[in-house]
Design a protein around this ligand. Sequence first.
Ligand SMILES: Nc1ncnc2c1ncn2[C@@H]1O[C@H](COP(=O)(O)OP(=O)(O)OP(=O)(O)O)[C@@H](O)[C@H]1O
Ligand SMILES: [Mg+2]
Length: 447
Amino acid sequence: MLQVFYFWKAELLLFTLPTQPHRMTKITLNQVNNAFLPSREIANPDRFSGREESVTECYNALLSEGTNIAIVGNRGIGKSSLSRQIVNMSTGDNSLLDKLGIYHDETLDFLTLYYASGDSVQNTDELLNRLLTTRGGLLEWMQEVKASKEEIEQFKKESKTGLYKYLANKINSNVSRETSNTSIASNENIQVTFQNVVMDLIRSKITKNGILIVIDEFNQIPDTSGFASFLKSLATNIPELKFCIVGVADNIQELMKKHLSSDRLFAWSVINLRKMNNEDLRQIVRNAEASINNTILLDEEATNQLIALANGHPYIMHLLGKQTYKSAYLESVRNVSREYIKKVLTDIAEREADPVLEGRYRNAVALSKQREIVLKALAASVQENGDIFTTDAYRVSEEQGVENASQYVGQLVKEEYGSELIKIRDRYYKFKDSLFHTYITARPPLF
Ligand SMILES: Nc1ncnc2c1ncn2[C@@H]1O[C@H](COP(=O)(O)OP(=O)(O)OP(=O)(O)O)[C@@H](O)[C@H]1O
Ligand SMILES: [Mg+2]
């Protein structure tokens, strides 16, 4: 009895020690910091929320012979996360399909490579070179397949599944092997080499469905001429090879920088990721709460407030959520209210939780209260389709004492202020980037 009382007292003490936030509950700082993940795409299907329609499309595209996949959409909308789920599904993990209740009758078995091109690749040949020579790239696969020929045969005889995973683990754990980023045989045509290596891999039949190559951040490659026509020839010669191209763009033509002829479009399944719906955004909060055993809870109003502020952008949801949890944990707040979110928004701005968005905001405002009023008025006047009718924005600005709003609108188009605004036609503008538009609305005013 004494012991029970002792524990009860200890619990009580833990709740009343705001100066020792880490003792508030049994959750760790690590859990709090990783409940929301603004700076990482979601690879784990358990943490991936919603997107049922897009996931269904991706699964079907993986099943469709000769179909490549393109994922396009705005910054921070969830393209990389979806492509990670494609990687999971293509290598036999159907847990997301089960979770979302999507019908499936096949476990896929691709040899899948995921490559984020970033800004280090300049053109198509360099891209192909990287796909061959990068760590875990096609050449390593070919070497491993050759070296493991007997093992592979044995695997097949015993009809064991998961040969891909087995080899992938071997490749990844083989730390002693040096991978080069240098060009392979310079006088050899890289496209021919690429095709031969892929053909060899396909012939070795280590996977049932063929090869899938996911290229993220494709839009960052400056010169992609030749890529679409190379793909076209590959499709004819190696139908078992699939590509999934991912990047910031409004449509596939923009992603391919107009190198894709329209007659080849049928060979693509294009996923245009739009804003996330409110229920999917709500699920992000619920997943985060579950990951810290519901020790910090957002009430209904606070959750709805975050959903409204995120405006369909999962990135903003994670950014706001992370800061909310950080503050709540440090201040031993267990129930987060709408009022509390206000303080969090100020923290996000002042502590530059996203230095890039905050930098863009400050650059656009450039120490002018008037320009900030106009910027926020424009953000408040964005219509469903993204257009801004200047008359609406001028009226909002005027209500806040700015008479000459048009002058500031003219400035916000200029490079000096970040060219955040684009004129689309007479008296109509739009923001270059809906993520920034969302940030402008959520951020408390500087002045
Ligand atoms: N379906 C999802 N469920 C939960 N969180 C998600 C989901 N999709 C994206 N996110 C989160 O949103 C943020 C942006 O996601 P992601 O990096 O996938 O977007 P992106 O479109 O690739 O962004 P960028 O244009 O910057 O490359 C990340 O914090 C990620 O964790
Ligand atoms: Mg991305």
